[in-house]
Write a protein that binds this ligand. Structure first.
Ligand SMILES: Nc1nc2c(c(=O)[nH]1)N[C@H]1C(S)=C(S)[C@@H](COP(=O)(O)O)O[C@H]1N2
Ligand SMILES: [Mo]
Length: 266
């Protein structure tokens, strides 16, 4: 625990003045930018306060990065704590759909993975009693639900889309998932991977989707399946899922491992 009366704390704050206080605080603020309906961020945003909370010293670039990572992990914990598993994201009507719905990935549309549905098998493993593979025909036969919700991308756009698929909580129970485990992880047909907290995995609007706007999910939107979570930012919603696993070991994610906040609530 850092104590502001401790001589080391004075040293930390002095160390910061050699670095760019303003830039560090801007980055820390970005890390703490919690979903707007939550006021938490406004209270604790002094650099000294954040240093106290994280117990960090800022003396060089490496320590600044470690500090920002701690702020981001703190943000994950606050978001997980604030997450209400029963609170529903807004839904919209057919007339409000964004047409055409945008495509986005870490590559251009010409490089969308070409997954062959005929011999496709979804792998389900980790902390589940029913480790096995699933064909698309088996997945399509699961209970069906639809949603029209807003997808929000951190790159500064949002769009209303219409997805169809199976409630993910039911699927997890069907495969005998240990729902007291911390994470559900996903591996995709491209180099993408993601993981989510169990309460979000069990949220009633979290769907394993196989359809977009009443049609088989087209390649650009994630054929053969996309996990759709209207409570999370776009990058948390993996497309082209090939493998799903339940684990207590933090699996990270493609963007979170490059500095995006892991919880990624919207
Ligand atoms: N496999 C995979 N899933 C992914 C991505 C990706 O590059 N690969 N990009 C993410 C991001 S940042 C966004 S905004 C959405 C875009 O989904 P869309 O193409 O259906 O709009 O997919 C997410 N899931
Ligand atoms: Mo995104």
């Amino acid at each position: 625990m850092v104590n502001p009366t401790d001589p080391n704390f004075a040293k930390d704050v002095a160390g910061v003045s050699k670095l760019d206080r303003h830039a560090i605080l801007t980055d820390a603020r970005r890390e703490l930018a919690l979903p707007s309906r939550r006021a938490f961020g406004k209270r604790v945003l002094t650099l000294g306060g954040l240093l106290m909370l994280t117990g960090c010293s800022l003396t060089d670039d490496k320590s600044v990065n470690a500090f920002l990572l701690k702020v981001s992990r703190m943000n994950d914990r606050v978001q997980a704590w604030l997450f209400d598993p029963k609170q529903l994201a807004p839904t919209y009507t057919e007339a409000q759909l964004t047409r055409p719905f945008p495509f986005n990935a870490y590559y251009g549309i010409d490089d969308v993975p070409d997954v062959d549905g005929s011999d496709f098998k979804l792998q389900v493993g980790g902390l589940v009693t029913g480790k096995r593979t699933w064909t698309l025909a088996e997945l399509y036969a699961l209970p069906h639900a639809e949603q029209i919700t807003r997808h929000i991308c951190v790159e500064g756009w949002s769009a209303i889309g219409h997805w169809g698929g199976t409630p993910f909580a039911d699927f997890l129970r069907r495969v005998g998932a240990d729902t007291s485990a911390k994470y559900v992880g996903f591996k995709c047909a491209d180099d993408y991977y993601e993981s989510i907290d169990m309460p979000t995995a069990l949220h009633p609007q979290t769907l394993l989707t196989f359809q977009y706007d009443g049609q088989t999910l087209p390649p650009q939107y994630g054929f053969p399946m996309k996990l759709r979570m209207p409570t999370k930012l776009g990058y948390k919603n993996p497309k082209h899922i090939m493998e799903i696993f339940v684990t207590n070991t933090y699996p990270g994610g493609y963007w979170p491992d490059q500095g995006y906040n892991w919880f990624g609530g919207s």
